[in-house]
Ligand binder design. Structure first.
Ligand code: NCC
Length: 277
């Protein structure tokens, strides 16, 4: 199979990955009339943006001492992940949060105090759960990895004003397929990491997307997260998620320079609206 150029890869993403979120009229959720999930009536992409310039801030330990905070905050919208804080780390990661993408493990585990912690109360929330490959929504609804729907419903009741979406699981596997089809070897059948999902999400909302420390800079470190004293190289290279393959794909699509990666951990990708395919 011929290796696709960066441009061709970008067009494949635009054409074959649908960034959609669940809405209240989707089956089986629309049938839950007695205890509604409180899903939004509209898609994330019709409620939010479009933005000119966006930042996706990975949670990597290599953000520590990066001094990237000011630059990150100049973007029109900033996406962060899971329990990644800004408070106390502004110099390195900035303080603006427009969207927070969270996995269902964060929503369900007691340590994260998802329902009560103020960490989650700013910006738009988007949740996702590793859905079984090629399952329909009803099959997934009955066998989620973590209790995403229960927690979603509880959070929505406590914070009815905060916009909160759930990513359609089809998006995970369409993205996974793009990775697999562009790699020479079989990759693990687990969904892509929040990092790549968030990048695609911003590509559907923004003209240009800057991803920080997804491809590690010269500050590369076994420190897992910039906000925790926990060391594991698997955070950067992957175990459950096909993270190394995700990074390979992003490297091929990067429109910025290799020096930008090395010095700033910065990758530049065009948004879908700015691409001619
Ligand atoms: O670690 P996590 O991701 O929250 O990081 C968000 C995204 O940043 C990129 N990253 C992170 C650390 C690092 N050293 N290098 C990186 O490139 C990755 O793209 C990552 O997706 C997740 O994807 O949701 C993940 O979540 C954690 C964990 O559930 C949450 O942090 C909550 O504690 C997972 N860790 C475990 O399950 C133990 C992680 O595998 C993936």
């Amino acid at each position: 199979r011929p290796k696709l150029s960066g441009r061709e890869l970008l067009c494949q993403l635009k054409e074959r990955v649908e960034v959609t979120t669940l809405t209240s009229d989707h089956q089986p959720f629309s049938a839950l009339t007695r205890a509604p999930l409180l899903l939004p009536p509209q898609q994330l992409t019709s409620d939010l943006g479009p933005y000119k310039s966006c930042a996706v801030v990975s949670s990597a330990g290599s953000l520590r001492n990066s001094g990237l905070g000011k630059e990150i905050d100049t973007h029109d919208a900033v996406l962060r992940f899971n329990a990644a804080p800004t408070s106390g780390f502004e110099k390195d990661v900035g303080s603006k949060t427009t969207v927070r993408l969270i996995n269902s493990q964060v929503m369900a585990s007691d340590d994260h105090r998802f329902l009560s912690s103020s960490l989650y109360s700013s910006g738009v929330l988007v949740a996702w759960d590793p859905a079984p490959f090629s399952s329909n929504l009803s099959q997934w609804y009955n066998h989620t990895d973590y209790p995403i729907f229960n927690q979603y419903q509880r959070y929505r009741r406590l914070h009815p004003q905060q916009p909160f979406y759930i990513l359609h699981p089809r998006c995970e596997w369409q993205l996974w397929q793009r990775i697999q089809d562009n790699m020479a070897e079989p990759i693990q059948k687990n969904p892509p990491s929040s990092g790549l999902l968030g990048t695609i999400l911003m590509m559907s909302l923004c003209e240009v997307v800057h991803v920080y420390e997804f491809l590690p800079s010269r500050r590369k470190t076994p420190l897992c997260h910039y906000y925790q004293r926990f060391y594991d190289a698997a955070c950067t290279f992957g175990a459950y998620h096909p993270l190394l393959y995700e990074k390979n794909l992003v490297k091929r699509m990067n429109q910025g320079s290799d020096q930008d990666i090395y010095n700033h951990g910065r990758v530049t990708l065009p948004g879908f609206s700015a691409m001619n395919c």
